[in-house]
Write a protein that binds this ligand. Structure first.
Ligand SMILES: [Zn+2]
Length: 158
């Protein structure tokens, strides 16, 4: 799980998500490009929706896999076996899902910058709804791609 901006720096301090005490330990900034991970205080609250969606698709997938392998019938308990096993799997995979939802969530706001070594870190500013350069602008304004200024309407505080 790599930083969305440079796709090199690790997003989590600990490689193994199942070391539960360190599951959500992240460096404040990407060690490679300096991208801040928690864009603002409480930024990660929005990941609840992402992990809900991931759990839903995980269950959907496991249901069809179960259907394909064991079948589902109303005349026996196969459906309930699926529910139980799916629930256990969801719990087992929870640390990984929690991480993945942070990654997915940050990827919505931070875009890949192949030129990350030369250009300044941009941070989303919720008060203006636009990106601003965290450091003094090091890149020439002409270098900007049009989609750099693209503003996403997703504001998790609403
Ligand atoms: Zn990075």
């Amino acid at each position: 799980m790599k930083c969305p901006r440079c796709r090199r720096g690790p997003m989590f301090s600990e490689g193994n998500p199942w070391k539960l005490k360190r599951t959500l330990k992240m460096p404040e900034k990407c060690p490679e490009c300096g991208q801040r991970y928690e864009l603002e205080v409480g930024f990660w609250y929005g990941t609840g929706y992402v992990s809900y969606g991931l759990c839903f698709f995980f269950s959907l997938f496991s249901f069809f896999a179960w259907w394909g392998v064991f079948g589902v019938s109303t005349e026996d308990h196969r459906f309930f076996w699926w529910m139980g096993i799916n629930a256990v799997l969801l719990i087992l995979f929870q640390p990984w899902i929690m991480r993945l939802s942070r990654v997915v969530y940050l990827y919505i706001f931070v875009h890949y910058d192949p030129d990350y070594k030369r250009s300044a870190v941009r941070t989303f500013d919720y008060s203006t709804g636009d990106y601003y350069d965290e450091e003094k602008m090091r890149d020439k304004p002409g270098d900007r791609k049009p989609d750099d200024a693209a503003v996403r309407g997703d504001d998790p505080s609403k």
